[in-house]
Design a protein around this ligand. Structure first.
Ligand code: RET
Length: 264
């Protein structure tokens, strides 16, 4: 009988990409496709609805988020976003460093989207969010590249403290500003803020259960978990934001119909 799995295993493409040794690459491929689909959707949506400077800003930031993630997922799928870390006990760990490069750029952009929504665009707030966020990702990467469990968990703790600082700024400063806005903005802000709190807290937990931490979850499942979180935190976030009345200034039904060119 025609066996697709055997055909795939023996085909030149699969061997060239080293996919036979990396079963997790199936999730990386799905992540690549979903990020690309999200990017195209947001571009098309922007062409149809972004008719003010503000709406263009939201669309540009969101399109940058999914396109950076698309490039990072493609790099991981091709195996160039991968490095091997030799641990003190001699074990060798596969670390997809490209995800940290992705997060370094996309997490500040996600926070920027939320700050735009709350009109918290003063330099102090944006700088605090971006700097603490970059610190969180870089210290997380240091943990992933460290050779001993002690060092890994020290970096993890430092990175997690930074995450709590970010969530605290969202919960206090940004929330207070959003409260002065109209009902649409408040509703969308609260939904997105809560989604960030839940989804972002899941990252350090997955890290601890995954290969970087205790190793209870093999790389295959860990990669699936990060892919789901990344798609929800980027494409899901963008869908809620860009389809909201807070951004469109009226329901999508009230917004202008996509022009023929934009829809193509
Ligand atoms: C790491 C490990 C160390 C501890 C902490 C982490 C947090 C990562 C976060 C990532 C968020 C990524 C998002 C991607 C976008 O789609 C680096 C995993 C705290 C919060 C939202």
């Amino acid at each position: 009988m025609f066996d697709t799995a055997v055909l795939l295993q023996t085909s030149g493409v699969v061997q060239d990409l080293g996919l036979g040794d990396r079963p997790e690459s199936v999730w990386l491929l799905i992540g690549t496709v979903l990020m690309l689909a999200g990017t195209f959707y947001f571009i098309r949506h922007g062409m149809a609805y972004a008719d003010t400077r503000e709406k263009i800003e939201y669309h540009v930031v969101t399109i940058m988020i999914t396109s950076i993630a698309f490039a990072s997922y493609l790099a991981m799928f091709f195996g160039i976003g991968l490095t091997e870390v030799t641990l003190a006990n001699g074990d060798v760990l596969d670390i997809y460093w490209a995800r940290y490069a992705d997060w370094l750029f996309t997490t500040p952009l996600l926070l920027l989207d939320l700050a735009l929504l709350a009109k918290a665009t003063d330099k102090g707030t944006i700088a605090a969010l971006v700097l603490v966020d970059a610190f969180m990702i870089v210290t997380g990467l240091a943990g992933a590249l460290s050779p001993t469990p002690l060092e890994r968990y020290v970096w993890w703790t430092i990175s997690t403290v930074a995450l709590f600082v970010i969530l605290w700024i969202l919960w206090t400063n940004l929330t207070a500003r959003a409260e002065d806005m109209n009902e649409d903005v408040r509703g969308t802000f609260t939904l997105l803020r809560n989604a960030i709190v839940v989804l972002w807290l899941a990252y350090p937990v997955l890290w601890v259960f995954g290969t970087e931490g205790t190793g209870l979850l093999p790389l295959f499942h860990e990669t699936l978990g990060f892919m789901i979180l990344d798609v929800l935190a980027k494409v899901g976030f963008g869908l809620v934001l860009l389809r909201s009345r807070a951004v469109l200034g009226g329901s999508e039904d009230d917004a202008p119909e996509p022009s023929a060119e934009a829809a193509d």
